[in-house]
Design a protein around this ligand. Sequence first.
Ligand code: KIV
Ligand code: ZN
Length: 548
Amino acid sequence: MMKTPDQQSPPASDDDVVGERVRIFDTTLRDGEQAPGFSMDRRAKLRMAQQLEALGVDVLEAGFPQASPDDFAAVAQIAGALKATTVCALARCQDGDIDSAARALQAARHSRIHLFLSTSPLHREHKLGMSKSQVLETAVRAIERARGLCHEVEFSAEDALRTEPDFLAEVFSAAVAAGASTLNAPDTVGYTTPTEIVELFEYLRRHIVGAERVVFSSHCHDDLGMAVANSLAAVSAGARQVECTINGIGERAGNAALEEVVMALKVRAPHFGVDTRIDTRQLYPTSRLLTELTGQAVPRNKAIVGANAFAHESGIHQHGMLKHRGTYEIMRPQDVGIAETKLVMGKHSGRAALRQRLQAMGHTPDDDALDDIFSRFKTLADHGRELHDEDLEALALGHDPHAGGPWQLVQLHASSHLGGSASASVKLAHDDGHEVGEAAIGDGPVDAVLRAIERATGTPLALTRFQIDALGEGADAQGHAQLSARHAARDWRGHGSSTDIVEAAALAALVIVNRIERQSTLNPLTDKRPSMAARTDAHGRAHKETTA
Ligand code: KIV
Ligand code: ZN
């Protein structure tokens, strides 16, 4: 449906334009989704869009409707579902693209068409085969057409950072006159630097006719690893919209990572003097949702949302953290939606952290006992292992946390049927000499084998996490299974490796079952341990681990 001028949102008011709020334009579902490995089906896109609205993004670029019928349908569905967020559709400066975008956005409460056209000499000559005046005319005609079909129009000068600044200012001035209310200067190939982008934005704000009536936007790619730095530099030079993606996904090396841009603006608020509307406590859940929907994990050391972002292993850092968290943390994990700081117990950890962790679990060894536990802990950790609470507890109780048994896997058979349930049977041998065979059906072969193990050992496991990673490449790669389960109000972890992923899962489950069984035969010391709830109340964050 065509929007008449009086139905259109007024162009950004002066207040909007000059205000100190930076709009967050999320393009996870367009620039992010078009990168290899990140495609999502329509349901996944809708789920992601709803989460992005909960996160508080101002504009959500939902797709490129002319690219495919599926993209069209995804944009239309998201346009109908979102309430407060402006829904945006990408379009080339071509009538067919603009009309598709407008149709897909029909149900949106706030709609934006995002037009783009290359302006750099390289693109003009080799991609478009257009002269400067043709580029200018094409942009103006497209903006005028789109203006009547949606609430607001954004114009992007593709490859802006490699465009002659005077020509860029000329195109942008014409775009303002034609009705664009947001001007985006993309660093399409991730080529610019912070100082260079500052110069460009300052130049544009001085030379564009009508600059005071529009919002300037940055859109940076990460080819040289500077997308976030360049976006922040653009903000310091007057950009009031940043285009970015969750986890920094996007074409080639990706786009500026939303969570990094937002947290830099928040943590360094006095430096930047601007704010966003993002509910930062939704950053981590949003990042996790994207990894689940795409199956692509973020690196451990990824800023803000990586598993190590709030983890400390070195003794010196842990010691500092225990005295004052500000020594090694510039933001609170809770501010980004992570439950707590993680003091990882590994080979770099010191006695102070070990004592604190053991105390959080209800163990109060005296100095001699702590020396003994610490030296056994170091021997294990020196083999490169990260030690979890159950390992530390076993050490405190004088056990070898990595001892095998009592159960061993003797035989395993699993089969699945297309469209039907799966079945599995296991034979297990116990250290006391007896063998047990059990079979079960389940929702897939892994589920079936876990049920068979539960039956055989009599140990119920409520699975809370199951992850399979390939170690290496090719058909003979080892599968590494990591399982977490609840049993008797506690969390238990186990892992196992095999070229057969069902066997890897079975081995991981047996590690858990064995730990539980060994724990249940421990000496009465264990009875002194407070319950999980008590530990949580008494010691807060210390005993629990963040899963990431
Ligand atoms: O990188 C780019 O130039 C783009 C445009 C479509 C804005 O993604
Ligand atoms: Zn891009």
